[in-house]
Structure formats: structure tokens, C-alpha cells
Design a protein. Structure first.
Lengths: 68, 377
């Protein structure tokens, strides 16, 4: 299963935790942006680290949301 | 050349405002004038990671970023006054800085208890310097006495006990986070601390402090004696706006776009009376949007989060004066959601140990214009 990360921009307040935990996958300026692929572990950690719950993880094949 | 934007205060609201302006391609001159010696940094780690030992980097950006972005940092320069008529900021020493627009973002000052002020081992926690001092005290061992079971007091208690320091928290109210958490959540949180070995003394105050230069024992109104080598006073904050007294401003009231009553003067963050990270982040962003001529972001409920003893809890909305209704999980398990109902309306959701989807769902349930507006400070 491929995990893909997306940012819920309404929830994102640029806390920056996602980029701190998975610097290859996220960049944060005024909002967070997905810039690449991190490891599955990193993406899960980023989703758990965000205080706003703004990092969504989806199954690359089905598009369904995954709970980290 | 225009005077540009002058931001008084170099914290989160200042940083957010700069980030949004520059990300939008706006290249007006920006100056950040701060009384602190450090470039803008994030405060939440001061009561968490930074106290775990070692020196975490809390700065938002490298020092080079500011010069690369055309943002002038004037550090260690307290503001002394504001001449709104001439559009000048007055610094200590009398220097006047002209501005096209000014953002008041001086944050808040932590309150000290007058009776304890004279002791050498009593402190508040607000700045990086405070956090370093507290970290050094924790490294020397304890016991630590914390006065005030608010978010800061409880986060420090959790961080200190995690590194083996004996901690006693003293709170005047009958439960922690008084006026914020309801009885169910407060009882859960108290139990979390006690299970980790923190002594929590509720419904009592400090009656006397024993010591000469340093206090070595606090005597409480309930008769208990609390030995200590260091004391943290965490009884709350007040907006740091004394420097605006000569303007006649006792409060910095802002609308949702950050405008104050003074033309070309904005406000954001704790200086305006908000008290959480999200308030300052949204406030700084709102001012940038106003300066860019963009419409306001849709209203959103206030929120805060806290990390204590390995548990993260998030509160979305205003939880005060409401009935707590469990809607998911179980308090005993450390994973739960509590709805807060006031006058028949959902005003807040408190979530602990819940997945991100639960946070988003709770925010969606709370984000309707009339509820958010009512909760706006």
C-alpha cells in the first residue's frame, strides 16, 4: 500500500511539525505544502505530530483516508 | 523609500505576518523590533522539549533568512511609545522609527507573585531565557514547586517529572485549568499527573515562603509544607502593552482583520488578549491578509493543545461554563472526546489521544459562523 499525504488547508496553521518530522515530504511557509514522498513511518509521524490534524493520509490506490 | 511595516514584538504573530507577506510576493520593507535578544522563536517547546534537557533550536528561521527576505531585526530594543499622528514608533532612548503600518505584537507578560519576587530561586516561564534558567535548575535536581495548575504549570510539571525531578503543583482553585476545563476533564488530568508521581495540591495557596536569599520551603494555607530548591510561578499572563500607556490605550482591541481603532495600526496575538498559539498564528496571518488587500479568512473556533505525560489533548472551541458530554472513547483509557454543551449548543470539543480525522471532524462540527463569532474574544 502506498501512503500519500495531503494537507487540509482549512485546518493548517503552519505549526511546522510535519516539516520537522518529515523534511523530504513537507515544506512550511505560510501554509504547509507536500513537496515529496517520505517514508511511510515519516508520513504517519507527521500526521500524528500536527496539532491541528491537518495532515491527511490516503491510500494511494483507493484514495481512502487512513488513520495513522 | 517607504517606511514599510514595523512590527513591535518578535514572536509568533510577527513571524506569521512576515511569512504570509513574503510568500505572497510582497516585498515592502519590514522591521521587527523586539525587546528580546533572540530572533523570533516558538514558545510551546519552552515548557516541553526544551525542558527535557539539551538545547533544542526553537527559532522559526535562521538569522540569515531575515536579511534574505529584506526583514530588519532590531533585537534588544524595547518600545517606549507610539505617536500615531506622526506614524512613528518611539524606542527606549527616544529614537523614532517611522512606519507606514504598525503591528502591535508584543505578546504577554507572565505575572509574578509580589511576595516571592525577592527570592533568587523563583521565576516565571515566558521567554527563552526563562526556559534556559529553568532547565538549569531542573538539571540540578529538585524538588520543584509550581504555583498555578494552568497549561504552563502542568506542562512544566510533566516535563520535570519525566526527567526524575520531584514536583509539587499548588493551585488555589479546586481543580486544574480552572475556568477552562470542566470537572470531568480536570479530574482526568489531575489523575494523569498523580499517576506519574506529581504531587497536586488543589484548593490551597502559598501562605508563607521560608528562606533568606533562596526559598527552601513553601507553607500552604492548608497546613502542608512543600520543600523546594526552585519555584516556578505560573499564575497567568497579562498583555504586554504598558508601553502604549501614553497613547491612552489600556487594551488593544482588534477586529477580525487585526485593525485597531488607530489608523494604520494593527494588533495580533497575546497583546490583544488572546492566549493561545492558534490565536497568535491566526492574528498575524489576518494582519498580513489585510495588508495584502485580501479578504478575511473564514472565522474559525479558538483552540489550544497540550502535551503532558505522553498524552496530547486538544480543545477546539470555548469550553468554559459548559456541560461535558462524553461522545467517544473513555476517559480512563486516555483516548476520548468530550462535547461541551452550553445553552443547548455545542461550544467546544475536548479530544485526547484521538486521530487527526477526529480533530477535523470536531472542527467541522464547530465551524458555523454564529458559534465562531460568539467565541471570538
Amino acid at each position: 500500500m502506498t501512503i500519500i499525504a495531503r494537507i487540509d488547508e482549512r485546518s493548517c496553521l503552519a505549526h511546522g511539525d510535519c516539516a520537522a518530522v518529515a523534511p523530504e515530504a513537507f515544506r512550511v511557509a505560510d501554509v504547509a505544502v507536500v513537496t515529496g514522498r517520505g517514508t511511510e513511518e515519516q508520513l504517519i509521524a507527521a500526521a500524528l505530530a500536527c496539532p491541528a490534524g491537518a495532515v491527511l493520509l490516503v491510500d494511494g490506490e483507493t484514495g481512502e483516508e487512513i488513520d495513522p | 523609500m517607504s517606511a514599510g511595516l514595523v512590527i513591535v514584538g518578535g514572536g509568533l504573530a510577527a513571524q506569521r505576518c512576515c511569512e504570509v507577506l513574503r510568500a505572497a510576493g510582497d516585498d515592502r520593507p519590514v522591521s521587527i523590533v523586539s525587546d528580546e535578544p533572540d530572533p523570533p522563536y516558538d514558545r510551546p517547546p519552552l515548557s516541553k522539549d526544551l525542558l527535557a534537557g539539551g538545547d533544542a533550536d526553537v527559532a522559526f528561521r535562521s538569522a540569515a533568512w531575515y536579511s534574505e527576505q529584506g526583514i530588519t531585526l532590531r533585537l534588544g530594543r524595547p518600545a517606549q511609545g507610539l505617536d500615531a499622528g506622526r506614524r512613528e514608533l518611539v524606542l527606549d532612548g527616544g529614537e523614532r522609527m517611522p512606519y507606514d503600518d504598525l503591528l502591535i505584537a508584543t505578546g504577554a507578560r507572565a505575572r509574578m507573585l509580589p511576595a516571592l519576587e525577592r527570592f533568587s530561586n523563583v521565576q516565571v516561564l515566558r521567554t527563552l531565557a526563562d526556559a534556559r534558567r529553568l532547565g538549569t535548575a531542573l538539571a540540578a535536581g529538585g524538588p520543584l514547586a509550581v504555583i498555578g495548575a494552568g497549561l504552563i504549570g502542568f506542562e512544566v510539571a510533566a516535563s520535570a517529572s519525566a526527567r526524575g525531578v520531584e514536583v509539587t503543583v499548588i493551585e488555589a482553585a479546586s481543580r486544574p485549568l480552572p475556568g477552562v476545563l470542566g470537572p470531568r476533564a480536570a479530574a482526568w488530568l489531575t489523575a494523569l499527573h498523580r499517576a506519574a508521581g506529581v504531587t497536586v495540591r488543589l484548593g490551597t495557596t502559598v501562605a508563607a515562603a521560608v528562606g533568606h536569599d533562596a526559598v527552601h520551603e513553601l507553607r500552604l494555607a492548608d497546613g502542608a509544607r512543600v520543600p523546594c530548591t526552585h519555584v516556578l510561578v505560573a499564575v497567568g499572563v497579562q498583555p504586554a502593552i504598558a508601553w502604549l500607556a501614553s497613547c491612552g490605550l489600556q487594551h488593544v482591541s482588534v477586529d477580525r482583520a487585526g485593525h485597531t481603532a488607530l489608523p494604520h495600526v494593527f494588533g495580533a496575538g497575546d497583546a490583544t488578549g488572546t492566549s493561545h498559539w492558534e490565536g497568535a498564528a491566526r492574528g498575524g496571518t489576518a494582519v498580513a491578509r489585510a495588508l495584502l488587500g485580501r479578504p478575511e479568512a473564514p472565522p474559525a473556533p479558538p483552540s489550544f493543545w497540550s502535551d503532558q505525560h505522553g498524552v496530547r489533548f486538544v480543545c477546539i472551541g470555548d469550553p468554559r461554563d459548559a456541560d461535558e458530554v462524553p461522545v467517544a472513547g473513555a476517559l480512563a483509557s486516555g483516548s476520548f472526546e468530550l462535547d461541551h454543551i452550553r445553552d443547548g449548543r455545542l461550544t467546544a470539543v475536548l479530544l485526547a489521544g484521538r486521530p487527526p480525522s477526529a480533530l477535523r471532524a470536531a472542527r467541522a462540527r464547530l465551524t458555523t459562523p454564529d458559534i465562531s463569532e460568539r467565541n471570538a474574544a
